[in-house]
Structure formats: C-alpha cells, structure tokens
Design a protein around this ligand. Structure first.
Ligand SMILES: NC(=O)c1ccc[n+]([C@@H]2O[C@H](COP(=O)([O-])OP(=O)(O)OC[C@H]3O[C@@H](n4cnc5c(N)ncnc54)[C@H](O)[C@@H]3O)[C@@H](O)[C@H]2O)c1
Length: 285
C-alpha cells in the first residue's frame, strides 16, 4: 500500500504544518478540527502560507492550486473513514489521545494506519485502545513542520514491520528524513533536548543572566539557530510542560522535573507565540 489519502486530526501549530507538508507533496488531505470554523480557518492560513511562497518564487501557482485542491476541511471524524493513514496532532494529553484512538478505530477502515504526532506520550497506550495495535505507530514531525527535515518514526511494542515501513515511506514521500526509534518517552530528540531547555528556565529563574543573554549565549557559543527560551516560546510552554511531565513520569530523573517557573507561566497562560506572550512579548512585533 502507498499512502495517498491522509487524515489529520487537530489543527494547532503541528496539525496545520503537517497538512501543508502532506498536501504540497501530492497527498489528499482531510483536516479535521472539532469546529468547522477552525478547520476552515486553518485552510485559509494554509492558503496564505502558500501564497507567500508563490510571491517569493519558491512555489509555482499551479503547485499552490494543486495543494489547496487536495485539502478538505471538516469537523466530522467520519470523513476520515477512507484514509490510508490518520495522524492525530491534538493536545499533548494521554486521556484525550486514548479516547481519540478508540473513536478512530471504530470509524476507520481495517487497513488504515493510525499514527500519533505525540512528542513523548506512550504510544502503546494509544495502540491498546484499538483493535489494530499492529497498525499503530508514532510519526513525529518537528516544528515548523514545513521547514524541519526530521521525522521520528516510532515503533510501539505492537507495531508491525509493515506499519513501520509504510510510515517511513510516507515520511520520505513528504520529503523528510525519517529515523526509526523505539517507543520510549522523548524518543531521540526530546529526550536529549528537554533537560537542556528545562535547565535554561532554571538558569533564567535564578537570575544568572537575562533572557536575551541566555539565548545569545547558546546561539553564539554553540552555533544553535535559536536560543532555549526562544525555542520554548516556539514549541509552546503548555506543550513543553506536558513533554517534561511525561519524561519525568517515565524516568523519574530530576533533570526532567519541570522548572517551577514553567508551570507558573502555563497557569498564567503565557504560552509563547501562540498566545502572544511567553518569555518574550510577540504582541509588540
Ligand atoms: N509544538 C511543537 O513544537 C510540537 C512538535 C512536535 C510534536 N508536537 C505534538 O503535536 C501535538 C499537538 O501540538 P501543537 O503544538 O500543535 O499544539 P496546539 O496547542 O497548537 O494545538 C493543539 C490542538 O489540539 C486541539 N485540542 C485541544 N483539546 C482537545 C481535545 N480535548 N480533543 C481534541 N482536540 C483538542 C486544539 O483545538 C488544537 O487544535 C502534541 O501531541 C505535541 O506534543 C508538538
């Protein structure tokens, strides 16, 4: 089987990015949000993004029109029934994801692969909500999905070789460089990245340096494209907190215990770019 029709559930930062990647690379995309209005707004955002690429000469008008024609926006999960692959990218919360997998299993055809874009949560728990645990795996894109080359294809203990091969082929068909990894919290990238991000919040909280100097130090000293506090704002502080909580739950390593300041900022709805304020203020820009 080659994946031709892809369902995407969730139209936040990642769901909308994955929809752009998949439609631009020739896949039929069914984008599902809980509200039709949100799904339609996401497609309007996709059109805006593609128009910008046309203006910059990076995409032809014909390819833009083709990509837009391949996308359907819906609020009805039932429209995912005939997809070859469904990738969920809803909030990083295990009970929500488990419930969704249960519903998707009832709705989708027997051959549909069900994948999660989770950053850290145990994929086996989502797989066991379905009657097809061999057809469940992780397909973990990076933010922003249209720009980042990596996809982690995550093998749950129940995933079949065929499912992993299909997911890997799909990532390649999206123009990405997939790596394969076992279902363990954080996979490769976040297991290594998040202790560093968490310690940057602690350093800032301890008043060791200003936010600007912490970011400038890691860009200038390690040649990183973004500083840790800028990156947390891009990822979303709520998602980052959930990732750290899942890592801590799995390993009980103090490096993963979320910095108290991160938790306080999430309570205050200072979530980063998506709310206009995190470590930095984006409303002014
Ligand atoms: N932000 C990142 O850098 C990043 C990178 C890779 C993977 N991820 C993963 O992608 C997934 C989505 O993250 P995001 O950054 O797009 O988050 P987001 O906050 O931008 O979007 C979350 C989406 O989930 C929806 N949602 C919230 N509660 C829901 C519910 N109860 N049922 C159904 N939908 C619900 C929201 O309406 C929204 O569309 C998470 O699993 C996250 O770990 C995030």
């Amino acid at each position: 089987m080659t994946v031709k029709r892809v369902g995407i559930v969730g139209s936040g930062i990642m769901g909308s990015g994955i929809a752009e990647v998949a439609s631009k690379t020739g896949h039929e995309v069914v984008l599902r949000s809980r509200k039709q209005e949100t799904a339609d707004r996401t497609v309007a955002g996709l059109e805006k993004s593609l128009n910008k690429q046309v203006e910059k000469g990076r995409l032809s008008e014909e390819d833009r029109d083709g990509a837009l024609q391949r996308v359907t926006a819906t609020s009805d999960l039932g429209e995912l029934a005939a997809c070859d692959l469904v990738i969920e990218s809803v909030v990083e919360d295990l009970p929500t994801k488990k419930e969704l997998f249960n519903e998707l299993d009832r709705i989708c055809g027997d051959s549909t692969i069900l994948a999660t874009n989770t950053s850290t949560l145990p994929i086996i728990e989502m797989a066991m909500e379905t009657g097809r645990p061999n057809k469940v795996c992780g397909i973990h894109f990076f933010n922003p999905a249209p720009m980042m080359a990596l996809v982690e294809v995550v093998r749950a203990i129940t995933s079949s070789d065929e499912t992993i091969a299909e997911a890997t082929a799909f990532a390649q068909a999206c123009g990405k460089n997939p790596v394969q990894v076992r279902d363990q919290a954080g996979f490769i990238v976040n297991a290594l990245l998040f202790p560093y991000l968490n310690n940057a919040v602690r350093l800032f909280d301890a008043g060791v340096a200003s936010r600007e100097d912490i970011d400038a130090a890691m860009k200038g000293g390690c040649n990183f494209p973004m500083g840790p506090l800028e990156l947390l704002d891009l990822v979303g502080l709520d998602t980052s907190l959930s990732i750290l909580e899942a890592l801590y739950e799995e390993f009980k390593d103090p490096n993963y215990a979320p910095a108290p300041r991160l938790r306080r900022m999430v309570s205050a709805e200072l979530l980063g770019r998506k709310t206009g304020q995190g470590f930095y203020d984006y409303k002014k820009k």
